[in-house]
Structures are given as C-alpha cells and as structure tokens.
Unconditional design. Structure first.
Lengths: 518, 316
C-alpha cells in the first residue's frame, strides 16, 4: 500500500472501531426507567402464589415473591433466600440458613418465623407442598435466621420441592399468613425486586420497583442470582384474544406478549421491530386414560392405542410448524434437565397399525365407543385429539370426541363414569416425584403398586445417581403400562420488541434484569 | 303529565317480578352447566380432593335451593355478593366496567346514527336509483360482515400499518377525554358500522312510507323547499320507529358488545360476563344478568317516554 494512503485508511479504521465500540457498548449498557407492558393470556384467578396451579399466577408472583431455592440456567437447584444449607443425620435433617437483612415490601426484615409460617401454609395448600410435608416430622425456627426440617425418614425431595416453580413456595410475612387463615392472602407482600402496586381486574396488574430490594451478589443464573428492577413498573395486561396480543405487539402497544399462535411466526419474524422467541419449556400433550373403570383398565387396549399412533402427524396437526415441537418420550420433557431420559423410546411413535390391530383383538375389544373429552380453549389440545382420533379409528377403535369448555372438562375429568380419555398438557417437572400422571389421586388414576413403591424409594433417596437409576426404572414401567398417550413436547412462542434487552428465556418468562432500550 | 308519571311508576314496579324471574332462571341455569369455580381457581393440576375441599368452603356442596335462597335473600337487601375471582364485590365489579361499556355503546350509537339516518333518508328520497342501491348494498354489508373481522381489519390498518391509534386497551375518561377517545375510535367504528346498517334500512322503509302521506303532499303543494319537507316534516315522523331500533340496540349492547370488547380488549360488561361464565364466577354472572335486565327495561321505558315527545298523539 502506498504510504500516502496509510494515514487515511488508518483514520477510517479507527473511526469505525470507535463507532462500533460506541454502538456495542451503548447497546449493552442497561437503562433504567419506563413502564414495561406485558400482554398475558388472561386474568389470573388470584395473586396468591401458594394458592393455585395456574401458570399465569406463578409468572406474576415470581416478581414479588421469592422462595428459599430456585432453578439456575441448567435447572440445577440454587439458593435464593437461603444463604446456605446443610443436610445431616442421613438426609433426615435439613438445616437452612437464611440471608440476613432481606426486607419485605412493608419494610420488615425476613426472619425464620416468616419462613416457617409461609412454608407450613404452602405445605397444606400446594400439591408439591403436600407431598413434601407428608414426609416432614417438623419444621421449626432454630434461631432468627435458621430453619430446620426434620424428616420422618431420609428424603431427597426437600430442595427440589422448595425450588418448585409452579405454585411457588414463596415467603410471605408471618402476619400476612396469619391474616389469611384458611383463605387467600389479603396482602400481596414479598421480598422480590418488584412490589405490588395495584390490580384492576381485566385491565392490569401493576408492579413497581422495590427500591429497598436486597439482591444476591452472584450474576444472574436462571431464576436466581442477581435481580435488578431496571424498569420503573411492569403492567401485566390480560389480553385473552391472541390476535389482539399480536396486533398490540405490531403496533408497539405492548413490549412483550406471551403464548402467541405459531401460525403468525413467519409474519412476525419479518417484522424488523420484533423479536420472536421460541422457548423450550418442558410442556407436552398427553391424552390420559381413565384407568379407574371402563375399557382402559385393560393394559393391552392402552398398548394397542399407543402402537397405532404416529406422533409426528399428531404434533404437526397440532402445531403446524416444525419449529414449535419435537418428538420426545421423556416424562421430564426438557433435554436440559438432569432427569431427561429416553428409556422406553421403542414404545413411542410406533406407527404400527398391524401391531395395534393385533393388540386390539388380544384385548377383546368389541367395538365399544370410547368417549374422549377435550377442550378447544387450547386449540392444540383439540387438534392433537382430532388427529389421534382418526389414527385410532383407522385400526378399529370407535371414538366419540366430545369438545367442552375448559371449566367443564376440569370438572368432568374427576368423574370416571363419563369418559375414557381426556386431553391435557403437562408442565415442566423439577423433580420426577412431582409427575402428576403417575399419581393415583390425579384424574386418570394411575395406581400401579410397583410405581408407588419406586416413587417412595425415589423420594427417600438422596444420591443423584441412585435417584436417576430409580427414575429410569419407573420410566420403563411408564412406557410398558401406558397410563397416558404422550405425544411430544411443544414450545412456547413469545414475542418482544427489539428495544427490550436483557431478557432470559426460561420455562416461565420474567422481567427483572430487563430494560427498555430508548 | 300525571298520566305519564303514573305510567313510568307502573313500568318500574313491573320491573320487580321481571328481575325475580330472571334471577331464578339464570341461577339454576348456570349451576346446571358442568364445571365450578373451585377447579378453575385451583388450576388444572390441583388434586381432586383439594377441589372438593374448596367447593365445601365456598358452600357449593350445599343443595341448590339452599344456595339460591341464601343468594336471593342477600340480593333483596341489595347485596349481590363478592366475586370469587376479582377480590371485590359484584356491585363494584359491575360499576367498574359500566363506564367502558356505556362510553363504547354511546359512541357507537352516535356513529350509527350519523351514518344510518342520513343514509336511510337519502336512499328513500331517490328510491331504486343508483344511490339507493349503493347505500342499501352497504347496509347489507354492514349487517353481514362479522364485527370481529371488521374490527381486526381496522386495527390492522389504523394501528399496525399507520400507527395512528392503539390496537387495544382502554383509558378511563378520568384520565382525559382524548386518551379515552383514542382507544374507543376503532371499536366504536366497528360496532357503529354494524348498527348503522339496521338503522339505515328502518329509516329508509319508514321514510318511503311517510313520503306517501297526505301531509307531505300538502307541504309540497304549499311550495315548501324539498329539503324542508324532508327535514321538518318527514324525518320527525320517521324518528319513532328509528328511535325504537336505536333504543333496543343500545339496550342489547350493554351486555352484548362482547365480541368488540374481546377484539379491542375493552374491560366492559360484555367481557366481564364472558370471563365470568368461562371461570364460573356465579355471583358475577347473576349480578350482571340482573343489571342488564334492569338496564334493558329502563332503556325501553326511556324510548317509550321519548315517543310522547316525538309524537304528541301518543298518550299514556
């Protein structure tokens, strides 16, 4: 290069470097301020994090309530309000030291009395809590910042239960628990980075930054680590119509929208102002057999149904685009999870009509009508049932698909006299002892003595490798017994404005560490 | 005047048995539908035993007549109970949503009147000409096009493409008239266009009939300008059936603007009823139906009273 050009070229390179650095650094630097508008699928039934299994409640309550433990990036268990813990006496005693100086939104410091009151309540109300507390001999405050679980026997489910995402074991002030009695909490007070401001049902739920929030020092890790409320407030807006959520994102009225229909993916991907986000959140479709009475008390008949199904066709029918589903037989439907396994995969997606017909004959099926209840409130429930119905009819089943609204289905599935199959979806399980479809009490009534024995063993085992081994045994039985027709995992479609930075895409969305780029 | 006041008093008294019958029918109907608020409140993964326990706490396990008598006796004292989901009384829940619905249907009625009456009158003045045919074709479109589709198209054009107006939501009048109007322009247009179609057709039919009357012939023979004949003589007589349609539509929309409220996410009474039915919020459903029945009867009463003003021949 001639010497006379070197100077100008260097100048251009330096200028480009400065501009690039400025833009890059400028983009990475969080900005405080603004009101974040999040379009949700509807109005939550309450704001009490302990009370309900509805996911929308746990999404919102995660912002003002915090548990003792939570999940990190790899769905490993990490401390949140706990400082440290010790497991002693053959995994029968769990001593948990609390972080000191953590404040509730009413200015009071969190102490062991609040933790004991909150967890005792959660243990009476929450599904996972009740399972845990069935093993608890006592929960007490050792001192102001220490609580102790004494278990009836060795237990491996204490920490996973206390980290549960759904029906959050969040810590409330003791007086809030006392005031609630047997009902829902009357005050929405926690230790989270956002505090409750106002609720106008069917309009918004407003949370504001909690200025005295005491953050952890570690970098953000999944649902835990350091949490910073960059935005001044979050408005959760119930927008039940998905077309309205999409229009609101395109017009810039909302910053985030949850649960968008996959068929708008291509269009939204081309929008330069929007970022479509596809999240693997461990959810999957199941068609649950009624095993308490009727046709499907017959294992061979269940196996016949499973043999007939082409899961690819079912999932494609339900979701359309490949980006939104995957075939997977793991009961813990998230490959990132330490509990993921493909044991029993030879039973999954058999697409074997001949085998299905043979099993149908061996089961002694005489053409009785199978009453299948599903709901169109979640359209993929209905679509998957419709495709599966056709596949079952092709091998000789006679199916009556009954479409109900969700509230009717949730009630009717408790009556074993009125259906043979119902359709639902399962959420992420932090621990295999939480798997609902293996529970004898849950609709479907999977009462397999061998599974119950192994589940008890799983609950009492504390060494991970042994727990995993037991879980794989259960997994094999699951695919032999076929308590449900597990179709495949689906992914959640969320959309955000490009001006939103810092978000992390875990199984449930959250908005701390998120800022609005002006 | 005394006769009119007596008529109003009789109509208001007649409201009581109407409310009683409606309350009874609705109560038993909604309890016959499968599903209950306990299972919705606890979420899809709750254990059946927890659902049963909550049902008992809510008193839903008591015999239906017992639940009805309890609710009815409270309602007679003005207590409609508390919403199971909203954390407030039924009365407050309805009142909070009355403003969005009333403002929406008032605006849409204004839109409907501003479009429908001139369109109907113009069509009647030149019957069977191209203008009449064009206007009536538009009226058929207005009735035929689903409100939700038209609403979504308006959102796509004015919110998404042009970014002139918000896509959804609501701002209370107390936050400012313009802020309130911004959110309601598109829904009012969507709903108003649909309503205008019926008003235009009724107005046209009535106008055609009125234009054949002797007094119109007399007015023309006196040499009055055609515009005066139409505006002063014909239109006033067309108002009676038109006002009936406007009043009835207004009354129906108090609970019936559901689709528009869903598409535009307006927290009105229609959306409240729909959500309450989906989540089986019994006290709110019952309260809303009572409110709508009362509103319907009162609006019809107002329409009847307006007749006396519009047509001096009408006496009560």
């Amino acid at each position: 290069m001639k010497r006379k050009f070197v100077g100008p070229v260097m100048l251009v390179l330096v200028a480009a470097f400065i501009i690039f650095s400025w833009n890059t650094l400028g983009a990475a630097e969080p900005k405080t301020g603004g009101s974040l508008k999040v379009a949700m699928i509807g109005e939550p039934p309450s704001l009490d994090g302990h009370w309900t299994t509805a996911t929308i409640v746990s999404i919102i309550s995660h912002h003002y309530l915090e548990p003792l433990f939570t999940f990190g990036d790899k769905y490993n268990i990490i401390p949140m309000l706990a400082e440290s813990y010790k497991i002693g006496a053959g995994a029968k005693v769990y001593t948990i030291k609390l972080r000191q100086g953590v404040l509730f939104h009413n200015g009071k410091e969190m102490t062991s009395a609040d933790v004991v009151a909150s967890l005792n309540r959660w243990g009476k109300i929450a599904t996972v809590g009740k399972r845990l507390f069935s093993q608890v001999e006592s929960l007490k405050a050792v001192d102001k910042y220490t609580v102790e679980f004494r278990m009836k026997g060795p237990s491996g489910i204490v920490l996973p239960s206390l980290a549960n995402v759904n029906q959050l074991p969040g810590i409330y002030p003791k007086e809030v628990i006392d005031e609630a009695g047997d009902g829902m909490v009357k005050q929405v007070i926690g230790t989270g980075p956002f505090k409750f401001v106002e609720r106008m049902p069917d309009r918004y739920i407003k949370l504001g930054r909690f200025d005295k929030y005491v953050a952890r020092s570690e970098p953000q890790d999944g649902f835990g680590g350091k949490k910073i409320a960059y935005v001044d407030e979050i408005q959760f807006l119930p927008v039940s119509e998905v077309a309205t959520r999409i229009a609101g994102m395109e017009s810039g009225d909302y910053h985030f929208a949850d649960r968008i229909a996959p068929d708008s993916y291509k269009r939204l991907k081309e929008n330069p102002k929007l970022d479509p986000i596809i999240v693997r959140n461990g959810e999957y479709i199941v068609h649950v057999f009624n095993k308490k009475m009727g046709l499907f008390t017959n294992q061979k008949l269940r196996q016949a149904a499973l043999a007939a199904l082409d899961m690819e066709a079912i999932m494609k029918g339900a979701f359309g685009q490949k980006e939104f589903y995957e075939l997977d037989n793991s009961v813990v439907g998230l490959k990132e999870s330490i509990w993921w396994t493909d044991v029993g995969k030879e039973q999954y997606n058999q697409k074997n009509k001949e085998k299905a017909k043979r099993l149908l004959q061996e089961a002694g099926y005489k053409g009785e009508t199978i009453r299948w209840i599903c709901s169109m409130q979640y359209d993929f429930h209905y679509k998957s049932a419709l495709v599966a119905k056709q596949q079952l009819e092709d091998v000789g089943f006679k199916v009556d698909l009954q479409v109900l609204d969700w509230a009717s289905l949730v009630q009717r599935r408790n009556d074993p006299a009125i259906y043979e199959i119902f359709t639902t979806a399962m959420i992420f399980y932090g621990d295999p002892t939480q798997v609902l479809q293996l529970n004898c009490d849950w609709p479907g009534w999977t009462c397999i003595p061998q599974v119950e024995t192994l589940m008890n063993k799983l609950a009492q085992e504390t060494v991970f490798e042994k727990r995993l081994g037991t879980w794989k045994e259960i997994h094999k039985i699951y695919w032999d017994e076929v308590p449900v027709l597990q179709c495949g995992n689906y992914f959640v479609f969320r959309v955000k404005q490009r001006t939103i930075q810092g978000n992390k895409n875990m199984i449930e969305p959250f908005y701390w560490n998120v800022w609005i780029e002006k | 005047m005394q006769n009119l006041l007596g008529y109003i008093a009789r109509r208001i008294l007649a409201l009581l048995p109407v409310m009683g019958i409606v309350a009874t029918i609705v109560f038993f109907l909604i309890h016959l539908i499968p599903g209950d608020p306990a299972s919705v409140l606890l979420g899809p993964n709750a254990a059946p035993s927890d659902v049963l326990k909550l049902r008992a706490q809510m008193g839903l396990d008591k015999p239906l007549y017992h639940q009805f008598l309890l609710w009815f006796s409270n309602a007679l004292q003005g207590d409609l109970g508390d919403s199971i989901f909203l954390g407030r009384s039924v009365t407050r829940s309805i009142l909070e949503r009355a403003e969005p619905t009333l403002v929406l249907i008032t605006l849409s009625s204004i839109v409907a009147i501003l479009i429908g009456i001139p369109a109907g009158a113009l069509a009647a003045v030149r019957p069977n000409k191209w203008l009449d045919k064009a206007l009536m074709f538009t009226a058929i479109l207005g009735v035929s096009i689903p409100t939700f589709w038209f609403g979504i198209m308006l959102v796509d054009l004015f919110s998404v493409q042009l970014n002139w107006l918000p896509a959804a939501g609501y701002s209370s009048i107390t936050s400012g008239i313009w802020a309130n109007l911004r959110y309601l322009i598109l829904p009012a247009l969507s709903l108003g266009f649909n309503q205008s179609a019926l008003i235009a057709r009724i107005c046209r039919s009535s106008m055609l009939e009125v234009m054949q009357q002797d007094y119109i012939r007399t007015a023309r023979s006196k040499g009055l300008a055609e515009s005066l004949v139409i505006l002063k003589h014909a239109l006033k007589n067309v108002m009676i059936p038109t006002v009936t349609v406007i009043g009835t539509t207004f009354a129906v929309l108090i609970g019936g603007a559901v689709v528009t409220e869903i598409v535009f996410n307006i927290p009105g009474i229609g959306l409240l009823i729909m959500n309450s039915v989906l989540r089986r919020d019994y006290p709110v459903i019952q309260g809303c139906v009572l409110f709508i029945s009362v509103a319907y009867v009162l609006i019809n009463l107002l329409v009847d009273v307006l007749y006396a003003y519009l047509d001096p021949r009408v006496k009560y």
